[in-house]
Design a protein around this ligand. Structure first.
Ligand SMILES: *[C@@H]1O[C@H](CO)[C@@H](O)[C@H](O)[C@H]1NC(C)=O
Ligand SMILES: *[C@@H]1O[C@H](CO)[C@@H](O)[C@H](O)[C@H]1NC(C)=O
Ligand SMILES: *[C@@H]1O[C@H](CO)[C@@H](O)[C@H](O)[C@H]1NC(C)=O
Ligand SMILES: *[C@@H]1O[C@H](CO)[C@@H](O)[C@H](O)[C@H]1NC(C)=O
Ligand SMILES: *[C@@H]1O[C@H](CO)[C@@H](O)[C@H](O)[C@H]1NC(C)=O
Ligand SMILES: *[C@@H]1O[C@H](CO)[C@@H](O)[C@H](O)[C@H]1NC(C)=O
Ligand SMILES: *[C@@H]1O[C@H](CO)[C@@H](O)[C@H](O)[C@H]1NC(C)=O
Ligand SMILES: *[C@@H]1O[C@H](CO)[C@@H](O)[C@H](O)[C@H]1NC(C)=O
Ligand SMILES: *[C@@H]1O[C@H](CO)[C@@H](O)[C@H](O)[C@H]1NC(C)=O
Length: 603
């Protein structure tokens, strides 16, 4: 009997006699509490996830958002790239320090390191002076009508307020060195009596929110049909706003009205009001990862949700045709997108052939060739005791309790194996070169139950020669999949009656939110994932140790979300399986296998 099974039996025994009823009652009470607050609380407050707010996520949190192309993700934070780490290719741009840089990415990475060198214009620098923003006719220094002057032009221009939103207002205020951006998209002002502004001549401006200088946004001139109001702004000054019962505190310290959190707009200026949302206000789109994005970003050709669902099923989605416009400044947003497209694409999680259509039956169904091309078997002294997951290169992910680093010669990796009695064609066997067990693995508590196996390279080639294998993608954020989502486990594990199973089986399970309720004191939320079925039926027992719990994203790309660790069920819903939560170990894995092997984004 395996060690896991001994522990499991013990657990089943212990739990079923002392804790299960209490826990069920507790759950019910918990549910009732939720019901009460959702009817009495204001709907706006309900949208914010308070527990998530404690993590202080911002636009630099790569667990919630994608980094800019001039940044990369290190341990959950977008940090500045060095200019040489930018992709090659592109046109030169001019910076406010009077120097030209070979590409926009290089200038932005330098600006990221030295914020005083902002973007000035596309193309090499000419001796033309600066772009200027001023606030005019305001009652206070922090407010007024927004006036701009382009480099090389003497004429100043105003901006029409129909294109003016909090995004542009934040950039304008930031530009004017109000560190926390704008308080309002309008400001009070008074015109001098004798001033006549021909407001059919105002400009339109569009920013994305990442810009630090208004010159970086796209200015256009449109044929105005009639009178346009002019854009004005009130910038945020620290002492001017006192927090009230109804204010939301941004991570950058700014206070905004509670009603503006989770509305899709980056009112904070650091996006912290949009990253912990259980839902969004009407005009925003809710990403599964708990992020609200503006509706206009849906089906705009760029993925905004880390979970990808804002750009699927976009057939027949048409954007409003552009009016006839004269573009006054370069569209650096288009350039940013072009740079993004230059990054290498990782190939993982997509099966090579479309497998034959199979009836989707929940529970312990035999797998066919090619159904789980990332699944491997780990053979030790002639027996298959554990599964593993191919993640690219020569690397296999498995559970720490499956292997011992000192016994490298005892293991073999069997690839493309379906049945281990009647061997199928295409089986590949590889010897093991190196085993890396997580240094904080605890065999008693099963914490950090994760290990990497490096297979030996093919003698003549410098790789592992695995033609039929497809790596599963490695998740980089714990927000990619949520409780209740359906995922799949697979393995050669024993069945309900503890009889040996000789062919690869799979089953569908649901992710479970908080397994502390099922395994008090033994379940560690950040490091472990938990999954099962409503009725606790057999399929949750199917995965063998070290094998995969995989989930598919909105684009049908497969991720290894968990590694089978402990707590296989005893045929009852109170005993869901516990998995090592792979997303928590992304940095550990990438440290050992190399960042580029598993990074799809933020490289
Ligand atoms: C701007 O004004 C200066 C001096 O007032 C003048 O020399 C220059 O020619 C003007 N430039 C343009 C583009 O009108
Ligand atoms: C533009 O200004 C007008 C008049 O001040 C105001 O009623 C309107 O709400 C403003 N529009 C926007 C988009 O701010
Ligand atoms: C405002 O500018 C437009 C375009 O330049 C011009 O056609 C119009 O006559 C001007 N209106 C006034 C009142 O000056
Ligand atoms: C900021 O805006 C709010 C409402 O939008 C207003 O009540 C408050 O007075 C403004 N603060 C400043 C400093 O303008
Ligand atoms: C919040 O509102 C309640 C009721 O309106 C009031 O009693 C309390 O003093 C307020 N707290 C703050 C910090 O304003
Ligand atoms: C920037 O200017 C270069 C010419 O210097 C041009 O080729 C390129 O298309 C421009 N980029 C944008 C985004 O307008
Ligand atoms: C494993 O965890 C237990 C309980 O926290 C602790 O007592 C023990 O020392 C740990 N063992 C190792 C090897 O870290
Ligand atoms: C999970 O349950 C434990 C114990 O019941 C509790 O301390 C913890 O806050 C819960 N977490 C969530 C996200 O509900
Ligand atoms: C993913 O697969 C499902 C089921 O095969 C299909 O209905 C859906 O359209 C696919 N989604 C995408 C984005 O291809």
């Amino acid at each position: 009997m395996k060690l896991t099974q001994v522990i499991l039996l013990f657990l089943c025994f212990y739990l079923s006699f002392c804790k299960v009823k209490d826990q069920k009652q507790k759950n019910q009470e918990e549910m009732e509490k939720v019901k009460v607050t959702s009817t009495s609380g204001t709907p706006q407050e309900d949208l914010v996830d308070k527990k998530c707010l404690r993590e202080k996520y911002t636009h630099l949190s790569c667990q919630k958002v994608f980094c800019q192309p001039w940044q990369r993700c290190i341990e959950g934070t977008c940090i500045c790239k060095l200019p040489y780490q930018c992709p090659k290719g592109g046109a030169p741009v001019c910076s406010t320090n009077g120097k030209s840089y070979p590409t926009y990415c290089q200038q932005k990475s330098l600006e990221c390191l030295h914020p005083e060198t902002k973007f000035l214009s596309n193309g090499t620098c000419t001796a033309n002076g600066q772009f200027e923003v001023t606030l005019k006719y305001g009652k206070k220094y922090s407010e007024g009508i927004v006036e701009v002057k382009f480099a090389g032009q003497n004429k100043t221009m105003f901006i029409c307020n129909d294109s003016w939103s909090i995004t542009e207002a934040n950039v304008a205020c930031l530009d004017l060195e109000f560190q926390q951006g704008a308080n309002d998209t309008q400001g009070s002002f008074h015109f001098p009596e004798d001033l006549h502004i021909n407001s059919t001549e105002c400009l339109h401006v569009h920013c994305q929110g990442f810009e630090s200088h208004l010159a970086e946004c796209t200015f256009t001139k449109r044929k105005a049909k009639n009178y346009q109001a002019l854009a004005s702004v009130t910038c945020y000054t620290q002492n001017a706003v006192s927090p009230t019962n109804n204010s939301f505190q941004c991570v950058n310290g700014k206070h905004i009205p509670q009603s503006k959190a989770c509305n899709g707009d980056d009112d904070c200026g650091d996006q912290s009001d949009e990253l912990c949302c259980k839902g969004c206000h009407d005009k925003a789109f809710h990403c599964k990862s708990g992020v609200c994005i503006p509706k206009q970003h849906v089906c705009n050709g760029e993925v905004d949700c880390i979970t990808g669902e804002d750009e699927v099923h976009c057939e027949g989605f048409s954007h409003v045709a552009q009016e006839e416009t004269e573009i006054l400044t370069a569209n650096m947003d288009a350039e940013r997108r072009r740079i993004k497209s230059l990054f290498p694409k990782l190939s993982c999680g997509v099966k090579k052939s479309t497998p034959t259509r199979r009836k989707r039956v929940v529970g312990g169904k035999p797998a066919g060739p090619g159904d789980f091309p990332w699944q491997v078997a780990i053979r030790e002294d002639g027996k298959i005791n554990c599964g593993g997951i191919y993640i690219g290169g020569c690397w296999i992910l498995t559970a720490a309790h499956c292997v011992r680093a000192s016994k490298v010669h005892r293991y073999q990796i069997w690839i493309s194996l379906i049945d281990w009695i009647t061997y199928n064609a295409g089986i590949v066997v590889r010897m093991v070169n190196k085993i890396i067990v997580h240094e904080k693995y605890n065999g008693t508590t099963y914490q950090n139950d994760i290990a990497l196996i490096e297979m030996k390279k093919h003698a003549s080639k410098n790789n592992c020669m695995l033609p039929t294998t497809v790596p599963a993608c490695v998740p980089w954020s714990p927000y990619l999949f949520q409780p209740n989502e359906k995922c799949i486990i697979s393995g050669w594990g024993r069945d309900r009656d503890n009889a040996k199973v000789y062919s690869l089986h799979w089953g569908e399970v649901r992710l479970i939110g908080n397994c502390s309720n099922f395994y008090p004191g033994r379940f560690f939320e950040k490091e472990m994932e938990c999954a099962g079925t409503d009725d606790g039926s057999i399929d949750a027992c199917k995965g063998d140790s070290g094998g995969p719990l995989v989930c598919m994203d909105a684009n049908n790309v497969t991720y290894v979300w968990g590694v089978v660790s402990w707590g296989e069920n005893c045929g009852r819903p109170e005993f869901p399986g516990v998995y090592t939560k792979v997303a928590h170990y992304f940095d550990w894995i990438s440290y050992h296998v190399g960042r580029s092997l598993i990074s799809q984004h933020n490289v």
